[in-house]
Design a protein around this ligand. Structure first.
Ligand code: GCU
Length: 414
């Protein structure tokens, strides 16, 4: 076991001894009252999409930036994209694989990340689903030796998290259905360890200096990963083969949290998909079920801004909850997915959160989930807000991918 792994495992174990017991019993969920997405800070009620966009949405956005994910820098950094390798005969000639180096320059520093794209040859303007990976681009292709090492791979071994539930990469299914998949390793943007902030994209910005991460609203790792997703969108929207009107962002678990925050901020993502994102993602923080704020901010302090920790034990005082993060995606299409055995993520909380986001979709005349009854296994709801719960554990499966492609078909139809 690596030293970091051991230390972090001990920390998580120690935390679990001192943390209040997590609840996995629905009958022990305490009553809670959610903040109303349609009531402004000054008490004004929002009744139109225009009011939402002009007044309430910026307020909600500000809460998530200042109190949870940290402030995304406004400055632009210089980005150069270089096509390093291309194979136009992948999957028996059905697909092209491109490997693109993204080189960022800012604040006297540089930073690289490696993007992998698989796209069908038969489609002229291709919709693209961007999805970060946990273990490097090569892993998504069964460790194909033609895949270049990802930019963070030189110190990857020292990073604590080596995620197991990183799922199926169903490239062929996507290609057959006319979709491109773009992916990159999330460590390339911020290695997933609190000690590695210095190796993250934070250094590209003028505000970066020793100690800046102590600011209550300092940019978090989730914030940086979301920023990286937008830099991929910058590239994709300039590619002649890509259909820039049809970009989706999908993510699993911590990267599902990331997909939601990326989709909330960047309106170029027309479909936003959260696969089992749980606490700090789709699920309602106030519902005491599964992972708690104390556990997540203790084990993964770098995922959120420092100020977020102030809500530990005071969840009911938070001026926002995660249904409002989901509402920030409106009127674009939103899909939330859960897994039956993934109680850590609180599937019911994910469902209810997506349900409550529906109020904002209604302002635009769109259907939300529009039922408070959580559907049974494998009975997806596919309105402007979608949801499914499938059998099995915390993972991304072929079932999940198939539903996401169905959902994209529906919302990307010409
Ligand atoms: C941990 C963490 C979750 C997170 C998950 C993951 O289980 O507690 O919040 O979603 O890791 O990213 O796999």
């Amino acid at each position: 076991m690596k030293r970091n792994t051991l230390c972090m495992a001990i920390a998580v174990w120690a935390l679990s001894l001192s943390a209040p017991a997590q609840n996995f019993d629905e009958s022990k969920v305490a009553p809670y009252q959610l903040p109303d997405p349609l009531t402004c800070t000054d008490g004004t009620k929002v009744t139109t999409s225009r009011q939402w966009e002009k007044k309430r949405r910026p307020e909600v956005m500000e809460m998530f930036q200042s109190l949870m994910y940290g402030r995304t820098p406004k400055e632009k950094v210089k980005a150069e994209y270089t096509l390093m390798k291309e194979d136009t005969h992948w999957l028996g000639g059905k697909a092209t694989v491109q490997q693109v180096k993204m080189h960022f320059t800012g604040n006297g520093s540089t930073h690289d990340a490696m993007l992998l794209i698989v796209r069908p040859n038969a489609v002229k303007k291709t919709p693209v689903i961007f999805c970060y990976n946990f273990q490097g681009n090569a892993q998504t292709m069964g460790y194909d030796s033609s895949i270049l090492p990802h930019a963070s791979s030189s110190f990857y071994d020292q990073i604590w998290v080596n995620h197991d539930g990183c799922g199926v990469w169903d490239y062929e299914r996507a290609v057959d259905r006319g979709y491109a998949i773009a992916t990159m390793c999330y460590h390339d943007i911020h290695p997933d360890d609190p000690e590695y902030r210095g190796q993250s994209v934070a250094k590209l910005f003028a505000g970066y200096e020793e100690g800046e991460q102590m600011r209550s609203d300092a940019w978090s790792a989730i914030g940086m990963w979301a920023w990286g997703a937008s830099r991929v969108a910058d590239y994709l929207e300039k590619q002649p083969w890509a259909d820039k009107r049809h970009l989706a962002v999908m993510g699993h678990s911590r990267l599902g949290k990331t997909a939601l925050w990326a989709g909330a901020q960047d309106t170029r993502f027309g479909v936003v998909i959260s696969n089992e994102s749980g606490c700090g993602g789709a699920t309602l923080t106030r519902r005491n079920f599964g992972e708690t704020l104390e556990i997540i901010t203790g084990a993964f302090p770098h995922w959120f801004c420092p100020g977020f920790r102030n809500f530990v034990g005071k969840e009911h005082q938070m001026p926002f909850d995660q249904h409002e993060l989901l509402a920030l995606v409106a009127p674009r299409a939103l899909y939330v997915a859960s897994a039956e055995q993934d109680q850590w993520c609180d599937p019911k909380g994910e469902f209810l959160s997506a349900y409550h986001a529906g109020e904002v979709y209604h302002l635009y005349g769109y259907q939300g989930l529009d039922t408070t009854e959580q559907p049974g296994l494998h009975q997806p709801i596919m309105h402007r807000v979608g949801y499914h719960i499938r059998a099995g554990i915390h993972d991304v499966t072929c079932y999940d991918w198939s539903r996401y492609l169905d959902f994209c078909d529906r919302h990307f139809a010409p």
